[in-house]
Ligand binder design. Structure first.
Ligand SMILES: *Cc1c(COP(=O)(O)O)cnc(C)c1O
Length: 375
């Protein structure tokens, strides 16, 4: 039986939602393996930590009592915030935990933007700032990267009366460039509290440069600064979805009004709390792997005569003499999943996550083969 009823989408859907094109997530691995006819897939597309979660988090995951699943989690990640307060020497009230750092992006935009407002960020960076702004009806002003890095002067010039938030990804995903402490301070001094400055430090734990700024230590001097961190990358808890923001208490109190209680589940909170025990061991082991395999990739890509952009973080960018979407399919057929970068506005580039040597070798070999196939 067919229904004669119809929904009046044309009237119901806001123009900015009509304009927005939904992000299409990739299919689950078993589906992809069937599709591409491979029996193994090296996941090098999402900057996941191939060493897996820290040992104390594993213990939490293995010993989680099923009965706990029937209880609501702490609504404000109480124990985790206490621990973060101790770790960074801040008040637990200065932290807001979300369902991944992705969710806290939405908290901040909802807290500060109203009709007609805009945000400023780069054109080639983590796309979620731009997406959340646009599907919420706010303009995202995108400032072109300069020498692959965030252009501080360009961003300052893009600010207008309606600019509420500036998003800086430090180091930048996907280019790996970063602002050093002097540059970030200078930027914050110039903005001087007129806008919120978000510094997304999703990859901070991977950076070993002495001049790299730790946003947490700047919070006391810059009341408009908001720092993002995540447990998805270094701490290898991406599947549990947990990240957080930190800021001065007055600002965090405002942002808290826009968050939905209970969005962070119990298992994620407990695994994240455990991840901060002895985390120096886990971080040291991961950094060592990344360092060695980044060097390996740099050497091999040079041997293949390819242009690369290699900076901080756990990923590298490579320019190919072919379409990145075609390269994606050809590499998939060889069991290697990378990120094609047309969607990041880098046509013909791919981004490859750095992982264990076996996966890096498989990638290099597959890449060499698809380049040779072109003749
Ligand atoms: C991965 C990533 C995030 C989001 O991580 P969540 O998994 O949502 O915590 C945020 N910013 C950048 C730059 C990232 O690469």
């Amino acid at each position: 039986m067919t229904s004669a009823r119809q929904v009046d989408l044309d009237r119901l859907v806001p123009e900015y939602v009509k304009r927005f094109e939904a992000y299409i997530p990739s299919k689950p691995d078993p589906e992809l393996m069937r599709l591409y006819g491979v029996d193994h897939l090296h996941r090098l597309n999402n900057n996941e930590n191939q060493l897996g979660p820290p040992v104390p988090s594993r213990r939490v995951l293995e010993g989680f009592p099923p009965a706990k699943a029937s209880l609501y989690p702490s609504g404000d990640a109480w124990y985790l915030r206490q621990r973060l307060g101790d770790k960074f020497g801040l008040d637990p009230e200065q932290f807001l935990v979300g369902n991944g750092a992705n969710e806290v992006i939405a908290f901040v935009i909802k807290a500060f933007c109203q009709e007609g407002d805009n945000i400023v960020t780069a054109d080639k960076t983590f796309a979620v700032y731009e997406w959340v702004a646009e599907f919420s009806g706010f303009e995202a002003k995108l400032v072109p990267l300069k020498d692959f890095g965030f252009d501080d002067q360009g961003m300052l010039q893009a600010i207008d009366q309606r600019t509420k938030i500036l998003f800086v990804c430090n180091p930048n995903n996907p280019t790996g460039t970063y602002w050093d402490e002097a540059r970030l301070r200078n930027f914050l001094d110039t903005v001087d509290g007129r806008q919120i400055v978000v510094v997304d430090e999703a990859y901070l734990e991977f950076v070993e440069r002495p001049d790299f700024p730790d946003g947490m230590r700047l919070l006391s001097q810059y009341p408009n600064l908001v720092v993002f961190r995540t447990f998805s990358k270094m701490y290898a808890l991406a599947g549990l979805r947990i990240g957080y923001l930190a800021g001065q208490k007055e600002v965090v109190d405002v942002i808290r009004r826009t968050c939905v209680v209970y969005s962070v589940n119990t298992l994620a909170q407990e695994a994240a709390l455990a991840a901060l025990e002895e985390d120096h061991k886990h971080i040291a082991a991961t950094r060592e792997l990344i360092r060695a395999e980044r060097d390996y990739l740099a050497r091999e890509l040079k041997r293949l005569g390819l242009t690369t952009q290699i900076g901080e973080g756990c990923f590298v960018m490579i320019r190919l003499p072919m379409s990145d979407t075609l390269a994606y399919r050809k590499l998939m057929a060889k069991g290697v999943m990378i990120r094609s970068m047309t969607g990041f506005r880098f046509p013909n580039w791919i981004r490859v996550s750095i992982g264990q040597h076996q996966a890096m070798r498989a990638f290099v070999q597959a890449l060499e083969e698809i380049l040779a196939e072109r003749g």
